[in-house]
Write a protein of this length. Structure first.
Length: 114
C-alpha cells in the first residue's frame, strides 16, 4: 500500500524488511563440504553446514533411511550410500529444520521428513 503521494507506508516498509530478513535467514545455511561420516555409537550420519562464518553440526538418525527409502541398509557403506542418494532431500530438510531452530547442532529425525 502507499499514501496519496505514492510513497510506501511505514508499516509496509517494516513488513518488507521483516520479509527480507526472514528470506536471508532461510537462505543462510549452506553445505559446501560434501563430507559425511557414520557414527556407529549414536547410529547417526554426521555432516556439516555453514551459516556465514558459523559451523553448524548436523546428525541424521539412521531410522530416516532404514524405516524409509532404504529398508535393506545394514552397514556403514549402505547408510552412506543411502545418504548420498538422498542428499538433496536431506539437505532441504536440514535447511528447513535449521531455519526453525537456529541451533549450532541439529539432529534430524524421521518425523522431520514427513
Amino acid at each position: 500500500m502507499s499514501d496519496a503521494a505514492g510513497r510506501p507506508r511505514d508499516g509496509d516498509l517494516a513488513d518488507n524488511a521483516i520479509q527480507q530478513k526472514n528470506k536471508r535467514r532461510i537462505m543462510a545455511i549452506a553445505f559446501p563440504n560434501r563430507a559425511r561420516s557414520y557414527d556407529e555409537t549414536a547410529r547417526r550420519i554426521r555432516f556439516l553446514g555453514h551459516d556465514g562464518m558459523f559451523e553448524i553440526r548436523f546428525s541424521m538418525d539412521i531410522d530416516v533411511l532404514t524405516k524409509g527409502p532404504c529398508p535393506a541398509a545394514t552397514s556403514e557403506r549402505d547408510y552412506l550410500a543411502g545418504f548420498d542418494g538422498l542428499r538433496t532431500r536431506i539437505l532441504d530438510v536440514a535447511k528447513r529444520v535449521y531455519g526453525s531452530k537456529r541451533q549450532n547442532s541439529i539432529i534430524l529425525k524421521l518425523s522431520d521428513f514427513r
